[in-house]
Design a protein around this ligand. Structure first.
Ligand SMILES: [Zn+2]
Length: 297
């Protein structure tokens, strides 16, 4: 499932193709993805110029020139492919994070096709159809059901030690659960929480309130904020390089998967120098947690 870094990479990949361009024609090939498409979805996008893209949590927001917003969420298997106008539909760049992309542009799982006025095609492909698309006016955005209750962006300035300390004060829930709470931090997923906790040397089972001393941040709180950012930023950089390599190489998975220190490494040796521990997997709120019980306290 695409996590925040992948979504950020997709958005950055779409930017040069979409921003400043006018959508000349839209084909919507089915009635729904995870939810029905909005009424007259194709008509609403047609003729609009894309002014800018933004990522909020795992949503990609395209701001259009009539003060409306086109929202996309990649769900589990969603991806965008950009087909250039110069090579007779040659695949210029593909922004995806699942293997098995050979069908993009071939029809079966292509659910939305945007024809830009410069001839570029933007194709949305989603075999499992857990993706979401919506369209609404800018004035409705703050109250939009998918956006209204989101916490702060993990890469934005609003996430800092003081913010977490305030949120975690008196909280008995395990630290991992609190970090996954989308009302606290938006778009932070399972993999990166595991990795950030490892780097900070914090146990996922520790009480959240232990990172709040009289409502104030401790050194560990600040460190955790830094490791959350570092994990995400590194993954974004890796995702970016994977994408630009894609046209030459044969695609396949992002290189950052190999960089995980604990995620999906059950029973493998801990990578912290001198630790000698073993990575364990436990289940917390129905999700796998990977951590080293020896050096994460
Ligand atoms: Zn360890």
């Amino acid at each position: 499932m695409p996590e925040l870094p992948e979504v950020e990479t997709v958005m950055r990949g779409l930017e040069p193709a979409l921003v400043g361009q006018t959508i000349a024609k839209v084909e919507v090939k089915r009635a729904d993805l995870r939810f029905p498409f909005p009424e007259n979805f194709a008509e609403k996008l047609t003729g609009r110029r894309v002014e800018r893209l933004e990522r909020r949590a795992k949503y990609i927001l395209a701001f259009l020139d009539d003060d409306t917003v086109w929202l996309s969420h990649l769900g589990m298997t969603g991806r965008f492919t950009v087909f250039g106008h110069d090579g007779g539909g040659k695949n210029l760049a593909e922004f995806y994070f699942q293997s098995g992309s050979e069908d993009a542009g071939n029809g079966k799982n292509d659910h939305v096709v945007l024809h830009l006025s410069n001839g570029t095609l933007i194709v949305y492909t989603d075999p499992r159809r857990f993706g979401i698309m919506d369209h609404f006016s800018l004035s409705e955005m703050a109250d939009h059901k998918l956006l209204a209750n989101l916490g702060v962006e993990p890469l934005g300035n609003q996430l800092n030690g003081a913010y977490l300390a305030e949120k975690f004060a008196g909280k008995k829930a395990p630290l991992k659960a609190s970090l996954l709470d989308q009302k606290t931090i938006a778009g932070l997923g399972n993999i990166y929480v595991c990795e950030a906790l490892f780097r900070a040397g914090l146990s996922p089972k520790r009480q959240s309130s232990s990172l709040s001393r009289h409502g104030k941040a401790t050194e560990k709180t600040e460190e955790l904020v830094q490791t959350v950012r570092a994990c995400l930023n590194e993954a974004i950089l890796a995702g970016g390089s994977t994408l630009s390599d894609y046209a030459d190489a044969n695609g396949n998975e992002g290189s950052f998967q190999q960089r995980f220190d604990v995620y999906d490494r059950e029973n493998e040796p801990c990578r912290r120098k001198g630790c000698g521990g073993t990575v364990r997997r436990i289940v917390q709120s129905g999700r796998s947690t990977f951590y080293c019980p020896k050096c994460q306290k």
